[in-house]
Design a protein around this ligand. Sequence first.
Ligand code: SF4
Length: 325
Amino acid sequence: MSEPLLKVRDLTVSYLIKGERGRAADNVSFDLHAGERLGIVGESGSGKSTLALALMRLHKPPARIEAGSAVLDGTDLLTLEGEALRRFRWSQISMIPQGAMNSLNPVMRIGVLMADPIRAHEKGWSGDRIRARVAETLESVGLNRSVADLYPHELSGGMKQRVCIALAIILKPKLIVADEPTSALDVVVQRKVIETLKDVQKQIGAGLIMIGHDMGLMAQSVDRLAVMYAGRLVENAPIRRFFRDPLHPYSQLLISSLPSPDEVREMKGIPGAQPSLFKLPSGCAFHPRCPAVQPRCKVEEPLSRSITAERDVACHLVSPETADV
Ligand code: SF4
């Protein structure tokens, strides 16, 4: 297989509050190939949004990157500073932040908003060239080019979210990070917006990291799924395999909590709640909720390991020998 577009290794992001340290991302490692779509799911507080912000270097104190690397096409994002970071952001890696559609500047026309990142990165571009890129990008996300003349309040929620996608791809980045890109939209509009995001990502050949908690949406949208629990990636697998045969007990519970149109089965909730990052249980952080817990789980943290070339799991009970892969 070709070299990954993005290699994240042992990325650790902590919050230091009142002398207490909580790890929102704990030794997170994964690869993403060009054109690939990776979904990252987890309950609120699992660390998935912190991970997205850290990759963009948009995390704010008290969050702090403690360790690790995130190499995008040969450049470690975590070592960039100042002008080099500013130039890299949006041109190489861009983000659709959570609630982006509600943060469009209400007093600026869409065309002006979209021209902004081009002017900041492409100093020599003429006005005509910028307008042409804005029009072409609007059309690529399914909007009429005349939307450039409108203000955000004149657009529906779905149109505003398409504008946010257009903003993220206007400089044709290599990697797009989308944090809950459809959270405020109704189900029908959600599907259309996701289709648009997939189309434009394919057109520009970018990698896509999609953060969310809607497993159904993920099932239809991504190539691989990574599950976060208490700051750790507990399973990372190709999407079909994940849904057919989840290996981590938490993944199994996530799937059994979903309705299935194909079979009548009991839907199970996941008992308990995700622990505070500042008061993690000993050993495996999932052990108080795990139906398969063993004495060892309470004292020894399971490390993520490769079960096959394309699948990683962090659980004492899962190994290449025990897993039916
Ligand atoms: Fe459950 Fe133990 Fe696996 Fe943790 S390590 S998920 S507690 S079986």
